[in-house]
Structures are given as C-alpha cells and as structure tokens.
Design a protein around this ligand. Structure first.
Ligand SMILES: N[C@@H](CCC(=O)N[C@@H](CS)C(=O)NCC(=O)O)C(=O)O
Length: 225
C-alpha cells in the first residue's frame, strides 16, 4: 500500500500540484478515482472539490493545506524557504494562482479545448475578456522566473507546483503558445519544470498525455501579436 492516497479524478489540475509536491519529496502515493459529486466524494469534501489527501488517519482537503502537509510531514528537500519573506512569497504565488490563474487560465483552456471536444458551446465572451488578464499573468510570471529561475528564488517551491499544471494546459492553445513565445523566461521555466525527475514519467505527465489528442481550433480567438 502506498504512503499517501489521493482521492480525485485523474485530470484535476490541483491533484497534479499535490502529486508534484509528493514526487518532489519522494513520497509514494496512489489514486482513488472519485466520481464528481457522488456521496463518497461529498463525504470526503463537503464542497465537492478535489483532490482529498489521505495519510493513515489524516484526511485533508484544500490543496494548499495538502501541499503544506506533504512538505512538513516528510523528509526530503524543503519545498518552502525557511525565512519569513520567502515563505510569504510562496504564499503570495499560491494565492495568485488560486485567485487569478485558476479562474482565468484554467477556464480559458476548458472553453478553448475541452468544451468543443465534448460537444459543448464555447463562451466566446469569456475568451475575449480573458485576453488582458492572461497577458498580465504571463508578464508577471515571466518577470518572476527571470529573476532567479523559479517563481520564488532559485529553487523549486510549492509556488512552482501550483503554477505548473496551468501553464502546461495553456501551452496547448494557440493563444497560450503565442504568449509563451513572447515570454521566453516563462517558456524556459516550463521547459525546466517538465525536465525535472518529479515530472518525467510521473503520474501527472501520464494524465497530461491524455489531453494531447485535444486540439484547439487553430483560428486564434484574439490577434497573436
Ligand atoms: N480550493 C480547492 C479547489 C480545488 C478545485 O477547484 N479542484 C477542481 C479540479 S482541478 C474541482 O474540484 N473541480 C470540480 C468542480 O468544481 O466541480 C483546492 O485548493 O483544493
């Protein structure tokens, strides 16, 4: 039996963050697939979100708490700086991903790739309105990683683990590819993150592979300048 169990659907971006934290720490885990909104799911997470972590008797939901727990409960490289400012910067990035990146970048990918593939109509107004926030997000990400190679300082932290799934997905859209090409520091960060042993041949990389068949309409939804 693995040390940790994640209760989640396999393609959850937040699950991928939690798995990445475990892989960076060298902690093994397995996945208990959840049916969204099922009784079993709501017993584990009253708000019907995922992932949920189980470690023996410990059951935790909310990815920030899960990732923090994994970092503190196990040996392995620390995934947060020890100093007050470094920790605050990691928390700021996690907050930024939760408050701005997830609602815009993740939804953009769903509208652009997933909905058409599943036969649902895309919300064009959302796609158009996402342009400016996405440009701001990419600029801020690029500036951060240009400074020392990672979102916070020169080492992998939980901040990187929170952002990676979203930039990976976004890079599958023409708009994401264009913004990455225009932000070489962010593109370089993505390349380095996906070359890490925690990503190569990981459960996350395998789950992400399932999305490779989804192709966005190549016609850009905004000018790719
Ligand atoms: N605040 C939660 C958010 C988790 C979340 O939104 N997960 C998505 C999957 S990436 C989810 O559960 N989606 C199902 C839904 O919203 O119905 C956390 O940090 O864990």
């Amino acid at each position: 039996m693995a040390t940790l169990t994640f209760h989640s659907m396999a393609d959850s971006a937040y699950l991928w963050t939690a798995m990445l934290a475990a892989d960076e720490k060298g902690v093994d885990y397995d996945l208990n697939p959840l049916v969204l909104g099922s009784d079993a799911h709501l017993r584990l997470h009253p708000f019907g979100k995922m992932p949920v972590l189980q470690h023996g008797q410990v059951v935790l939901y909310e990815t920030l708490a899960i990732a923090h727990y994994i970092d503190r409960a196990f040996d392995g490289p620390p995934l947060q700086p020890a100093d007050a400012l470094g920790q605050a910067e990691v928390l700021r990035w996690i907050s930024l991903v939760n408050a701005y990146v997830f609602p815009v970048m993740n939804r953009f990918v769903k509208e652009r790739l997933v909905k058409p593939a599943w036969g649902f109509e895309t919300d064009q107004a959302f796609l158009a309105a996402a342009r400016d926030p996405l440009r701001t997000q990419m600029r801020v990400i690029g500036e951060a990683v240009a400074a020392a190679g990672h979102l916070v300082g020169d080492r992998f932290t939980l901040a990187d683990a929170f952002l990676l799934p979203h930039l990976l997905f976004f890079g599958r859209t023409p708009e994401g590819r264009a913004l990455l090409a225009a932000t070489p520091a962010a593109a370089g960060w993505l390349e380095r993150m996906t070359a890490r042993p925690s990503y190569v041949d990981s459960a996350m990389a395998r789950a992400y592979g399932a999305f490779h068949s989804l192709a966005a309409d190549p016609q850009p939804v905004w000018p790719l300048d």
